[in-house]
Design a protein around this ligand. Structure first.
Ligand SMILES: Cc1ncc(COP(=O)(O)O)c(C=O)c1O
Length: 349
């Protein structure tokens, strides 16, 4: 950022183009090419994170009252955006270790007039599950058959704990029905508020929507990100980040096994940044949330990840914090609180 301010102050302080700076759009298009998905820089629109990308995509492709397909459980930001735009929700299960339950998809789409789907096939938040290539292919062809537009949220695509970057739904899109959304939030820094869309057939409408909404993004962060991507080895950083997240996840799993009641069930994530655990019978994670917060520990109660108030007995933990003694202590403390909720005994150390 300092270098950009020194070298190009006029560009930094001027409006960014509504679509975003071309240098950054080119670099993002190159990253798509590296995973075998040809996307032109002309199709990329820079946004304030994936959240704005999803919001713009929904605003451009849907009208109030339309039905939108989402996974259950899914990221609360998606549910809140869908609700704020007065769209109706139709849920399709996302299964631990398996991803989106495509077996039910055709039936769901035959029974309901669905306009769009907002899906996180790569390491869904909160499960960390991965939808297979075969299921992704089925999903795209089924949506194409039923005229459903797919808004693909690939924010965790680079965070496979195995190190193997999974493919995008967009790879199987032959009709231009998939709008892909990405972000630097989980790869680098959420505070930069830098995300993007690969807008497919809706690119012009998306650029107009971005213009009406904010005129464009922030020049400084876009120029600094372009500079960073050109001067630094993002792949090296990502390799380290994936290892750290996998290691954090493993330590969280071990801490749950050590400190939480024996009947706690945990989904083993394949990537991303979250861990989804089911509390002992009758455990209400909203009560746990309040008790944990009082001790300075932040967790997400499961109900946030459902539009229907499901998952009361689930909790989402973040694997994004670097492991240290404080975290170990917090996990132990949480274990005691969980045990109190359900009346079970904490494991002996
Ligand atoms: C699935 C998913 N999509 C979108 C977002 C928001 O991303 P951004 O910070 O890029 O707006 C998050 C943040 O946690 C997320 O988990």
């Amino acid at each position: 950022m300092s270098r950009c301010l020194r070298r190009a102050p006029a560009a930094v302080f001027d409006y960014a183009p509504a679509q975003g700076h071309l240098a950054l759009r080119r670099l993002i298009a190159q990253r798509y090419a590296q995973v075998g998905v040809p996307v032109s820089p002309e199709e990329i629109v820079i946004t304030a994170g994936a959240m704005e990308a999803i919001n713009l995509a929904l605003r451009v492709t849907t009208s109030p009252g339309d039905v939108v397909l989402v996974e259950t459980p899914t990221y609360h930001g998606i549910l809140q955006t869908v609700a704020a735009l007065h769209l109706k929700v139709l849920e399709i299960p996302n299964l631990p270790g398996r991803g989106i339950d495509v077996a039910r998809l055709d039936h769901l789409l035959e029974q309901n007039a669905v306009r769009a789907a907002v899906l996180v096939p790569n390491f869904n938040n909160p499960l960390g599950s991965l939808t297979s290539d075969a299921d992704k292919q089925t999903l795209v062809s089924s949506c194409a058959r039923h005229g459903v537009i797919i808004i693909e949220d690939d924010i965790y695509g680079e965070l496979a704990w195995s190190g193997q970057r999974p493919s995008l739904l967009r790879r199987w899109d032959t009709r231009g029905i998939v709008i892909s959304c990405g972000s630097f939030s989980k790869m680098l820094a959420p505070g930069l508020r830098l995300g993007w869309l690969a807008g497919s057939l809706w690119t012009d409408a998306l650029v107009r929507a971005k213009f009406f909404s904010t005129m464009g993004g922030t020049s400084l962060t876009q120029l600094a990100m372009s500079d960073y991507l050109q001067r630094h080895d993002l792949e090296r950083h990502l390799r380290r980040l994936r290892r750290t997240l996998a290691d954090n996840g493993q330590r969280l799993l071990e801490a749950i096994a050590r400190y939480w009641p024996v009947d706690t069930r945990v989904c083993e994530p394949q990537g991303g940044m979250s861990l989804w655990a089911q509390l002992t019978e009758s455990g209400d994670s909203r009560t746990l949330f309040k008790a944990a917060l009082a001790k300075g520990i932040r967790i997400s109660p499961g109900v946030l990840f459902s539009s229907r108030g499901d998952y009361v007995d689930y909790v989402r933990l973040s694997c994004g914090l670097v492991w240290d003694v404080r975290l170990d202590r917090a996990m132990k403390e949480l274990g005691t609180l969980v045990a109190r909720l359900g009346g079970s005994k904490v494991k002996a150390p």
